[in-house]
Design a protein around this ligand. Structure first.
Ligand code: NOJ
Length: 555
């Protein structure tokens, strides 16, 4: 029923333990602090929490360089604290997803240390080596500018090793069965400790063929995805994998698998980028196209929809013209951009802190086909600190109160500086203040999340973009089990009136009731609804009235 396949209609909140809440006063967020904030998260209405890597790590890439897969970094607490946290989350009905970073390890990981030291070590073949510098060494960098090569000489090993990301992140040789077995063991370990699944990092690189002698483009080994899934399902029937796979549109379906036997979920990067273009250009058409292109996913699979995450906003899939416009509108200064293809800002400053635009952007995100993934701090409109390097600018600590360091820590040395100046400083933007204001972004976010939960059609249903006659208006109808929801968004700053035919037969199609305000719209004699949208306005309607789902039998 509706609650089976929980991920089809979850509301996921992602956070990094180290910058969320510090309980022991050492300046670093920890599991004990996170546990104390679970009631806040439950009150916000989210149903799952995705934690960025928290395992022991030199943290040269925000923890995406792990040196022990079976532990908790002591800065965040102990394994015991982790289990106490997953238990407390479960008691509140919250699921926990964790990052699974197995394309590469840290170069400090004992496996790599062994591998480089001894050519006869069994760990040697856990990584990817070459005696000669491969001809492709200056190709395929993920961080162009800060990363110069994908093959680095290791004096101790007397060989080059392959690293898709930074040189301190040697790639694991996933084609080695022992490595695959270890990855499954890691998954099994955390599943046993209470997690409901994984956000799998860099999936296309995990499954790509790796090695110096490859001819042409490395092929993906999709069977690996099936192996991951199968193992997971054997261990825990309802656990899932949410794949980070920023790939070409024509490959998306390969990651779900024709028989829905690979990844359960994938982030929808296409729709993400088209959304930012739509917001910048006040033009919904390319977004409607991206939605149509990504529509044919297997029913039991799901898109993860998002606006911002902990990385830069990647605009690599847009045309040059589209990308130029998004840069111009949302990240015009060099210091706001990263790797020539992305913007490193948080959402609120990109939208000039304009509450109407921020609310429209989120209403739109929650109305997109898939399961919404919200980034910590965005529910209160946190800003960024462009003085911090690279992606750190949008990874500052959560702003809880107007007390010192935003109530994140009592220490005078927070792990990252809390934003303390300008309009996004913690004295202006914090949870404590917004929870008492009815009209705050936080209160609004709570009601939108509730509204999203009341519209399971969005997670499950068939989406259709309706003709509105206006490029700035996106009207999406979702049909599921004989019920329909219609979400209409105006991307233009000015008010717009549109005439819409729901496409649902009488009598239901002739009555629309606004899910937020309860306002009704009755169709005219031609079966059309005349809808007035304010500038950046939006309305979500239940077709046929609020109790329509109770009256109608499932299809
Ligand atoms: C993707 C992660 O989102 C990013 O933060 C990280 O730097 C790379 N993968 C490497 O793990």
């Amino acid at each position: 029923m509706i609650t089976d396949l929980w991920y089809k209609n979850a509301v996921i909140y992602c956070l990094s333990v180290g910058t969320f809440m510090d309980a022991n006063g050492d300046g670093i967020g920890d599991f004990a602090g996170l546990e104390r904030r679970l009631d806040y998260l439950q009150g916000l209405g989210v149903t799952a929490v995705w934690l960025m890597p928290f395992q022991p790590s030199p943290k040269r890439d925000g923890g995406y360089d792990i040196s022990d897969y079976y532990g908790v970094d002591p800065a965040y607490g102990s394994l015991g604290d982790f289990v106490a946290f997953t238990h407390a989350a479960k008691q509140r009905g919250l699921r926990v997803l964790i990052d699974l970073v197995v394309n590469h390890t840290s170069d400090r990981h004992p496996w790599f240390q062994e591998a480089r030291k001894d050519p006869d070590s069994p760990y040697r073949d856990w990584y990817v080596w070459s005696k000669e510098k491969p001809a492709t060494a200056d190709e395929g960098m993920v961080f162009p500018g800060v990363q110069k090569t994908t093959w680095t000489w290791d004096a101790q090993a007397k060989a080059y090793y392959f690293h898709r990301f930074f040189d301190f992140q040697p790639d694991l040789n996933t084609a080695n069965p022992a490595v695959m077995a270890e990855i499954l063991k890691i998954m099994g370990f955390w599943i046993q400790l209470g997690v409901s699944g994984f956000r799998m990092d860099a999936v296309p690189f995990v499954i790509a063929q790796k090695g110096a002698g490859l001819k042409g483009e490395p092929r993906e080994q999709f069977d690996m995805l099936r192996d991951f899934r199968e193992f997971l399902q054997w261990r825990k029937g309802d656990a899932i994998i949410l794949a980070e796979a920023n790939i070409l549109p024509k490959q998306d379906l390969d990651y779900f698998g024709d028989d829905a036997d690979r990844m359960h979920m994938m982030f929808n990067f296409q729709v993400n980028q088209a959304t930012f273009y739509a917001l910048a250009a006040h033009d919904a058409r390319p977004l409607a196209k991206a939605i149509a292109r990504t529509k044919p996913r297997p029913l039991s699979c799901q898109w993860g929809t998002f606006l911002r995450n902990h990385d830069e906003l990647d605009l690599g899939r847009l045309t040059d013209k589209q990308r130029a416009l998004v840069f111009e509108k949302f990240g015009p200064e060099k210091g706001m951009q990263l790797y020539d293809r992305g913007i490193r800002r948080r959402l609120a400053p990109m939208l000039d802190g304009d509450p109407r635009r921020i609310r429209l952007a989120y209403a739109l995100m929650f109305a997109l086909p898939g399961t919404p993934v919200l980034r910590y701090g965005d529910e209160i409109g946190m800003g960024d600190d462009l003085a911090l390097k690279e992606r750190d600018c949008a990874r500052t600590p959560m702003q809880w109160t107007s007390e010192a360091h935003g109530g994140f820590t009592v220490s005078d040395r927070p792990v990252m500086p809390v934003i303390d100046h300008g309009p996004y400083g913690f004295r202006h933007i914090n949870v404590a203040q917004q929870r008492h204001e009815q009209d705050s972004l936080l209160s609004w976010m709570q009601s939108v999340i509730r509204m999203r939960k009341e519209a399971p059609e969005i997670g499950w249903g068939e989406v259709t973009a309706l003709e509105t006659g206006r490029n700035a208006v996106l009207a999406l109808r979702y049909d599921w089990r004989n019920n329909a929801v219609l979400c209409v968004h105006n991307l233009d700053p000015g008010p717009i009136e549109v005439s819409v035919e729901t496409g649902v037969p009488e009598p239901e199609g002739h009555l629309l009731v606004d899910l937020l305000t309860g306002q009704r719209s009755e169709a005219d004699a031609h079966g059309r609804h005349c809808l007035c949208l304010e500038g950046y306005g939006y309305h979500w309607f239940r077709v046929g009235g609020l109790d329509a789902p109770l009256r109608r039998a499932p299809a």
